[in-house]
Design a binder for this molecule. Structure first.
Ligand code: NAD
Length: 728
């Protein structure tokens, strides 16, 4: 079935309409490119056609390239994948360049105006195609997003978008769109120069324009073209490129191949004529597509993230469980955030706390959040009233009547939680699902307070709720499929990404992040320079070093978790050396950022000023380890825990393990997640490194059997767990 349609009207305007069958959003496929090419040829060859408008029959223009196609392109490129990819990319360039030249001769004579008319969102190739046209019209649709988000999934705009945007705006002005994947609504996109006009009816405006277009020659095809802001070897360009290079390396620490390749393509492309620049862009794009990091990022951050959001692990055969009325018990930090995101999703919320004052304070969180949104132009007073209107703050449990999901976020105390569960049950009817937001208490134990453990489940949010994309859903021993479907449908309503795990101490995310923090603290106790620990973490792509992370989450929380774990494990408790440092810090009153003192020092405004010199309490070892040794300790502390979680059946799907690690605790996103990283370095090499670490640092690094088995078979995690990546 055709993806692009072609029609010529009585005025001689050919309209090419993008309408991929069976999808709500257009995405570009190889077939789509071929059809587009054929329609452009037809329009240029037809003497009666005066101009062309490219638009979409859907409410948006396009969501981008079908990244599955890129993944396949590489996999199917045979013995010489780089050449296959390069030629495929150059073929795309040829179509877009044909649109841009539109039949003009070498002296820029002739040619037909081609305009893009965007009804809504235009992302990735959905903007690169319009950038090749001669004028871009967008509907005045404040919900539309326009931009080039490729960098977010480990690639960069490789269908000419990089080269065209830099030549259109200059390297400096193009930087936020290319390097950060910044998206804008149509008005802001026009102000930034990404598009040309915002109008009520973009197709009508585009048709009128192509019939009267004064000139269609792109500035870079004119003689004497000068790049805005200056080419690299000009005084202003020199400043831009030196600054950009420092900025990119500062932000990416050199671990994201796409950002470096993008900058190379921009710099080298700026020194040569346009068509050569496109070839250079294609070479760097191929280089990125050939890098295992980009493949892993695409798989986790695009393909599998989307699959999880669309219900890849949802129990089949359970009808839609969308939440209409939500109860939230406990209006503290977490409860207030959960109420906010649910109300934003259009769900009626009853927010219960012990006192009216506490409940009102929780509701006021939404008020101040919406106020900030209004100040930044992201919300309106009407939207605020509507959202707040959905939240009832009360002490009265009977208001929960009719709720189909209640989430408890009260103090982390099993006794209090049990009492709350009983009170909720008395107020709701027999079909209501009850969930707990506990971060540490086993779901199976908390379910004992429930009359219907089959309808009891863990829904674990991360803080701050409105920012963190991951929600960890935890099944207790007796949790039934309907409760799982309920939790998943709720997470879909609030537009977050779910993973579903089984019940075990710390579930999945916290289970992996605690050993990371502990390994960092342990190294301080061993006399390893704290700055080496922190920098090693950042240079391997962790967003926060372990010492900064524990300062953020608070030292006293660390102490509390350590005491509880020690009590649960008894003599087998392995982290005494960590506790020595942690408890000593707590004794000094250094409780982390909130106390203005922790592993770091802070100024009066709460800004970190440096690592605390008092850490010299642990005498600095004369021999400091290699950077890679510190990095291996920090990474394997997390990764082995993820493998154990899989081995023990806490995780049942490595896709969830990878996506959850990146979204839940920021595990080195360039790697695609812990399982992707192990596949990248190879299980055999991982076993060798871990055997060595275990011999020198202790059995916590001993490779789990599953890792050894995969190494012995010379296999990989994604290879072992097949297409769906689910464990048996
Ligand atoms: P908080 O102290 O900010 O809020 C708890 C709220 O519960 C308070 O407003 C308190 O008045 C209320 N409360 C206590 N007993 C109650 C009762 N019997 N009835 C009604 N309300 C009651 O705590 P928080 O940080 O929001 O954490 C809440 C839960 O979420 C805990 O189980 C915690 O482990 C979990 N959690 C916290 C985080 C985090 O980063 N803070 C992250 C994930 C999960």
């Amino acid at each position: 079935m055709a993806e692009f349609h072609y029609a010529v009207d009585a005025d001689g305007v050919a309209t090419i309409t993008w309408d991929v069958p069976g999808r709500s959003m257009n995405v570009m496929s190889l077939q789509g490119f071929q059809e587009l090419d054929a329609h452009i040829d037809a329009a240029l060859a037809d003497m009666t056609v005066k101009g062309v408008v490219i638009t979409s029959a859907k409410k948006d223009f396009a969501g981008g390239m079908d990244l599955n196609v890129i993944a396949r392109m590489r996999d199917e490129a045979g013995d010489d994948p780089a050449r296959g990819l390069f030629e495929g990319v150059m073929a795309m360039h040829a179509v877009l360049r044909k649109i841009e030249r539109a039949g003009m001769d070498e002296r820029n004579k002739g040619g037909k105006p081609i305009a893009a008319a965007l009804p809504g969102t235009a992302l990735g190739i959905g903007l690169e195609l319009p950038l090749a046209c001669h004028r871009i019209f967008a509907a005045d649709n404040p919900k539309a997003k326009i931009g080039l988000p490729e960098i977010m999934v480990g690639i960069f705009p490789g269908a000419g978008g990089t080269t065209r945007l830099v030549r259109k705006l200059g390297a400096m002005a193009a930087a936020p769109f290319l390097l950060e994947g910044k998206l804008s609504d149509p008005k802001k996109a026009k102000a930034a120069g990404l598009i040309d006009e915002v109008v009520e009816d973009p197709v009508a405006a585009a048709k009128a324009w192509v019939l009267s277009a004064p000139s269609i020659v792109k500035p870079w095809d004119e003689k004497g073209y000068k790049m805005p802001g200056g080419a690299p070897y000009s005084p202003s360009g020199f400043m831009t490129f030196v600054g950009a290079s420092a900025m990119v390396n500062g932000k990416t620490k050199g671990v994201y191949p796409a950002a470096k390749a993008l900058l190379n393509a921009v710099y080298e492309g700026a020194l040569v004529p346009f068509d050569t620049a496109l070839r250079i862009e294609a070479r760097w794009f191929t280089h990125v597509l050939m890098n295992p990091s980009s493949g892993a990022m695409i798989r986790s951050l695009f393909i599998n993230k989307e699959a999880l959001e669309k219900g890849a692990v949802r129990p089949a055969d359970i009808p839609d469980q969308s939440v209409r009325k939500l109860g939230v018990i406990g209006a503290g930090m977490m409860g207030a955030g959960i109420a906010l995101v649910a109300a934003q999703a259009g769900i009626e919320v009853v927010l219960v706390d012990q006192s009216q004052e506490a409940a009102d304070k929780g509701r006021a969180y939404t008020e101040s959040y919406m106020d900030k949104g209004i100040a930044r132009g992201k919300a309106t007073p009407d939207k605020k009233a509507e959202t707040l209107g959905r939240i009832t703050a009360t002490t009265d449990y009977s208001s929960l009547s009719g709720a189909d999901l209640v989430i408890e976020a009260v103090f982390e105390d099993p006794g209090i939680k049990a009492e709350v569960t009983k009170r909720v049950q008395a107020a709701v009817d027999g079909t209501c699902t009850i969930a707990t937001n506990t971060s540490t208490l086993p779901i199976g134990d908390l379910a004992r307070a429930a009359d219907r453990p089959v309808d009891f489940i863990g829904i674990h949010f991360f803080s701050p709720v409105e920012k963190m994309a991951l929600v960890e859903i935890i099944k207790g021993r007796e949790t039934g499929d309907r409760a799982v479907a309920k939790a998943l449908d709720f997470v879909r309503q609030i537009r977050k990404t779910p993973i579903v795990v089984n019940d075990a101490r710390f579930f999945y995310a916290n289970r992996c992040i605690i050993p990371y923090i502990n390994e960092g603290i342990r190294m301080v106790g061993e006399g390893i320079a704290p700055a080496l620990v922190e920098n090693a973490a950042k240079l391997v792509g962790m967003p926060l070093g372990p010492l900064q992370l524990v300062d953020e989450t608070s030292i006293d929380l660390g102490v509390k978790i350590a005491r509880a774990t020690r009590a649960a494990m008894g003599a087998a408790y392995p982290d005494g050396a960590v506790d020595d440092v942690l408890f000593w810090l707590a004794d000094q009153g250094r409780l982390g950022r909130k106390a203005g003192a922790g592993f770091y020092t802070y100024d009066a405004a709460g800004k970190r000023t440096g690592l605390w010199e008092g850490l010299d309490h642990y005498p600095r070892a004369a021999d400091q380890p290699e950077l890679s040794e510190v990095q291996h300790r920090l990474l394997f502390a997390q990764v082995l825990e993820a493998v154990r979680a899989l081995e023990e059946g806490v995780l049942t799907d490595i896709r969830e393990g990878d996506v959850g690690a990146i979204l839940g605790w920021g595990f080195a996103p360039w790697s695609g997640g812990p399982f992707s990283w192990l596949d990248m370095i190879g299980a055999g090499r991982a076993v060798a490194i871990c055997d060595d670490l275990a011999a020198r640092h202790g059995p916590r690094f001993a490779p789990p059997d599953l890792l050894r088995e995969i190494a012995a078979r010379d296999d990989s995690f994604y290879g072992s767990f097949g297409q769906s990546a689910r464990a048996a």
